[in-house]
Design a protein around this ligand. Sequence first.
Ligand SMILES: [Zn+2]
Length: 220
Amino acid sequence: MLEENQVPISARLAEELAVTPPAVTAAVKRMARDGNIKVERGGRILLTSKGRKTAQNLMLRHQLAEMLLTEVIGLPWAKAHAEAERMEHAISPEVETLLIKRFGDRKTCPHGVPVNGGVAKLRKNGGVLLSQLQPKDRAEILCVYEKDEGFLEFLQGLHLLPGAKLEILRREYDETMTVRVAGRTTHLGKPATSRIWVRPLSTAASAKRFGTLANSAKSV
Ligand SMILES: [Zn+2]
């Protein structure tokens, strides 16, 4: 949540993790006791440097598990995130070392989330949300929101996968977009376009526009 610029408070964690608020309270207490997090007076949860290290290692194991599941044993792309959520806790340091040996050259997870840095790194590297594009813009998909299996299946059905190139044909008043991807025309609403990160492939005019957008996104 920190990487995605969301403010982590107990209520939101409960929502995000689909568990009860008391379960979050108990876990937060335990993590604070172990020195992984600090809870500010307003309820905002911060990672300590120890906690940040733990979180980064867990993220890495999560991404390695996704690579193993999709590339080696053929689990569907849409299911890899949820499955890796369970698997990441069971990976020993020894297995982690072997997985790094096998997948160490990968720059992103199968859904396009950068290894080491997550979504924050996308923004730093000039990634913008598809919802920020205008008609005639062209872009390459960098990353998609990976925590919703239904969304991932929807994207797969439309060939909206990391690496795919698309062009914006129309943008309606309600921000619905008509895009051309893989030789097909598709309509996408804001719930979808605000969960897809792209790299504008661009003309001078849009490069200028996205230069500004990328900078303003960075400072948020
Ligand atoms: Zn992923």
